[in-house]
Design a protein around this ligand. Structure first.
Ligand code: 2NE
Length: 259
């Protein structure tokens, strides 16, 4: 697969850049987007001329806003347990034997925030905003999106993020350890480039072993994710979940009181 419609792929000077290209949807992903990202990650991950992978979204508004709610009808429009192979995508970010850097240029919301969580490193523009929205829109990201988030930002903060669905600034994301660096928007590309060049100077095999070793401690979370997706597919069939999706699309507050 190389005729991508939902992403851009560029490989140059040892760095592969995967860019979600759905600006009209604030870079939300549908089934096809996930499949293309999986294809591109495999392509970059096993290309010996590539030492670092950068994941980002087109434009300045959004890095990624998670599942495309307009492609959600009691389930998403693609393959897999919930119609979005997100657990495969998240697992692959961890499995490719090279660092994946999230270049966070705007909103990293819902599944977009989970992608940031799963990436090895994250560098954000000062204008980026982060947060989970699942309980507001009738969804949840079990596995890496919840349990691994707690490893990254701590248990109490992860619970706050999921239970209150607030938005966090790039500075707050830095303070909680969700991102590694924050720079003014105009300096984002130069900063990402600097981090890539530093990594490219290292032994790729040592980096690959370090990555797998760092992964090992949290790999059990993958099983929770698979189990959780099965539960999520049942939840998506309920009136309660559908109220969340409908409310988002109708631009109103959800009413979950009767549930
Ligand atoms: C991103 C955010 C915070 C932006 O808010 P605001 O107020 O700045 O803009 P607005 O008007 O909400 O959004 C701008 C346009 O982008 C679309 C909106 O519908 C709107 O379109 P127009 O009215 O201009 O035509 N848009 C934004 N996000 C979208 C999305 N995800 N799908 C489709 N269209 C989207 C605000 O928009 C927000 O909170 N978005 C909610 C994102 C959301 O619900 N994501 C899914 C969470 S569940 C999930 O990701 C997931 C997973 O990770 C794993 C498994 C299953 C699900």
């Amino acid at each position: 697969m190389s005729d991508y419609t939902d992403i851009l792929y560029e490989a140059r000077d040892g760095v592969a850049r995967i860019t979600i290209n759905r600006p009209e949807k604030y870079n939300a992903f549908r089934g096809k987007t996930c499949d293309e990202m999986i294809d591109a990650l495999n392509r970059a991950g096993w290309d010996k001329s590539i030492g670092v992978i950068v994941l980002t979204g087109i434009g300045e508004k959004a890095f990624c806003t998670g599942g495309d709610q307009s492609a959600h009808d009691g389930g998403y429009d693609g393959r897999g347990i919930i119609g979005l192979p997100v657990e495969e995508l998240q697992g692959l970010i961890r499995d490719v034997p090279k660092p994946v850097i999230a270049r966070v240029n705007g909103y990293a919301i819902g599944g977009g925030n989970v992608l940031v969580t799963c990436c090895d490193l994250a560098i954000a523009s000062e204008s980026a905003q982060f947060g989970q929205v699942g309980p507001k829109v009738g969804s949840v990201d079990p596995g890496f999106g919840t349990a691994y988030l707690a490893r990254v930002v701590g248990e109490k903060k992860a619970r706050e993020i999921w239970y209150l669905c607030r938005r966090y600034t790039a500075k707050q994301a830095l303070e909680m350890g969700l991102v590694n660096a924050v720079v003014p928007p105009a300096e984002l590309d130069a900063e990402v480039e600097r981090w890539c060049m530093e990594i490219l100077a290292m032994s790729p095999t040592a980096i690959a072993i370090a990555k797998r070793s760092l992964n090992a401690d949290s790999d059990n979370i993958r099983g929770i994710g698979g189990l959780g997706m099965q539960a999520l597919s049942l939840y998506y069939g309920t009136e309660e979940s559908q109220e969340g999706v409908k409310a988002f699309l109708e631009k109103r507050k959800p009413n979950f009181r009767k549930f």
